[in-house]
Design a protein around this ligand. Structure first.
Ligand code: FES
Length: 165
């Protein structure tokens, strides 16, 4: 016990001898880990699968509010009906019948990721085959609770799509 305390002291003294401040040491720590270790995931506009350049705003958590640049090559597909993508916590789809929809990507049964099915024009969970309408309502269980639905708003020029909680 005395030996490890002594070693701990020696390490601490060594770090101090380098003249590194606590904030500098934390910066090194953060560079060696993922951004989620040091910052708020909700503040990262690129957080979540499918997000990247062309997205601005918050794509995860309870404060979802982001804008998709449809002129960006990554998202220009959203100008074609039948396209979809997971952006952060949200499944965004340009449906074949109902325009744009945005719903929680997490199935209300056991949390698997749902997907938009072009042929059926619905939302499907591959894990246990739950089906949801484009308004989030359960059409087939085992899921018993509707998916959360987000608001979508297309800009007048058709170049940006905004998704809000
Ligand atoms: S997790 Fe989606 S149906 Fe079970």
């Amino acid at each position: 016990m005395k030996t490890s305390q002594a070693e701990g002291m020696k390490r601490g003294e060594f770090l101090r001898s380098l003249g590194l401040s606590t904030s500098t040491l934390m910066a090194f720590y953060c560079l060696g880990t993922t951004m989620t270790s040091c910052g708020s995931k909700e503040d990262d506009p690129g957080a979540g699968a499918g997000a990247g350049t062309g997205i601005s705003g918050t794509t995860t958590g309870n404060s979802v509010n982001f804008t998709i640049d449809l002129t960006n090559s990554s998202y220009s597909k959203f100008k074609t009906a039948g396209s979809s993508e997971i952006i952060g916590d949200v499944l965004v789809a340009f449906t074949t019948s109902n325009g744009y929809v945005a719903l929680s990507k997490r199935c209300t049964h056991e949390g698997s990721q749902v997907q938009y099915r072009t042929q059926q024009n619905d939302i499907f969970c591959i894990s246990h085959s739950s089906e949801f309408s484009l308004t989030g309502a359960v059409e087939q269980g085992p899921a018993a609770t509707a998916l959360k639905v987000y608001k979508t708003s297309l800009s007048a020029d058709g170049n940006t799509l905004t998704v809000t909680a």
